[in-house]
Design a protein. Structure first.
Length: 369
């Protein structure tokens, strides 16, 4: 594990102080094309550290509230990729959602446009000017803005994303729940040489090109190591780990889990629910990983149903389209206000057609210390 820099706290306090020196100056415009009877979508522009102007999509349910909120932090992506314009319709009808494009990303790409690969190592040899210092500030600014909304229930605020979700929750107390998939900054200096996969391969590429900068690169990465942030995170956390033999599997991430101060649920590739073979349109067999990581079979469809045996909260993956997932949950009465789709994991093959795979965190609103 990388040694935490002696001035770690100072580095981040200076970042937050610098961010506080810029008023958010939000501009909020209704996007009527993406608004519905049950939710209104807004385009939001905010000022962050720099100053740098950001963009985000804010969806607010129809009604008086207060509503729980899901904040999608800036991702590791280039200017070519888009950010979510809201989420599933049922979710938008019950949750405030806010997806933020950090500096360099789509609609926040002036004057800086992020490239892939390249974003992870842009300025990495100088901790003070590293691009992710600004992106972390952007993520914190997004959460600050979200918490100003009068429609929001401050006791139910989910921060969702990769490493940015955990770092944001560490630097701002407004997050009550965190859904995080570590990919960038957990013991990166030590783990990067063990893989050829991106994003960490970016670090390897950079150090092959500039081997004399190895020490300064490792020093910068130490300021961003999730293990150093973990003691500051008190929110209830769902941590998505890789498969047991993956570079960022549950065993590798165990020191991070131990260091987190809040309640932690870990889900791994092996106990995430994967649809088993199904030749009948009447029923799909799915494995459901309960909070105790005990897997059991759940049939959804036809006349078979065992939702009553679910141990809440649970993590469930459905290899199906959004409409099928929510349609089945509604049909069997298992669709509760606190079901949240927290990740589109890839693509499944449903009836010969590629469909998204949705990971659902059930009973999120009831998870607590």
């Amino acid at each position: 594990m990388a040694q935490t820099p002696a001035d770690f706290e100072q580095y981040w306090q200076q970042t937050l102080d610098a961010l506080a020196g810029y008023a958010a100056c939000p501009e909020i415009d209704v996007l009527r094309l993406r608004s519905t009877d049950f939710a209104t979508l807004y385009g939001v522009r905010l000022t962050s550290l720099g100053p740098y102007r950001l963009f985000g999509y804010l969806s607010i349910p129809t009604g008086d509230g207060p509503f729980p909120a899901i904040y999608y932090t800036p991702k590791y992506q280039s200017v070519l990729e888009i950010i979510p314009q809201g989420t599933a319709n049922l979710q938008r009808s019950r949750y405030i959602t806010f997806a933020l494009a950090g500096r360099g990303q789509r609609n926040a790409d002036t004057p800086y446009a992020a490239m892939f690969p390249g974003l992870l190592t842009d300025g990495i040899d100088q901790a003070a000017s590293y691009i992710f210092r600004g992106i972390v500030a952007d993520s914190v600014r997004g959460l600050e803005f979200l918490l100003t909304r009068h429609e929001l229930d401050p006791t139910r605020v989910v921060v969702f994303g990769n490493d940015m979700a955990l770092i944001t929750a560490a630097l701002h107390p407004g997050a009550t729940h965190v859904v995080t998939t570590p990919a960038l900054f957990y013991n990166a200096a030590a783990l990067a040489p063990r893989t050829q996969a991106y994003p960490l391969e970016e670090i390897n590429d950079y150090l092959r090109a500039f081997p004399a900068r190895t020490a300064t690169v490792h020093q910068t990465l130490a300021y961003y190591d999730l293990w150093a942030f973990a003691p500051r995170v008190t929110a209830t956390t769902l941590l998505m780990a890789g498969a047991p033999r993956a570079l960022l599997g549950a065993q590798t991430l165990q020191p991070l889990v131990t260091a987190l101060r809040g309640q932690v649920t870990v889900t791994t590739q092996s106990n995430r629910a994967i649809r088993t073979a199904s030749t009948s349109s009447n029923g799909w067999q799915r494995n459901v990983a309960s909070r105790t990581s005990k897997a059991f079979s759940l049939s959804v469809g036809g006349n078979r149903h065992c939702a009553s045996c679910l141990g809440w909260p649970a993590v469930v993956t459905y290899d199906a389209s959004e409409e099928v997932v929510f349609g089945e949950l509604r049909w069997y009465g298992t669709l509760r206000q606190d079901i949240v789709v927290v990740r589109v994991r890839g693509a499944g093959d449903i009836g010969g057609q590629a469909e998204p795979v949705f990971l659902v965190w059930i009973d999120l609103g009831r998870v607590g210390p």
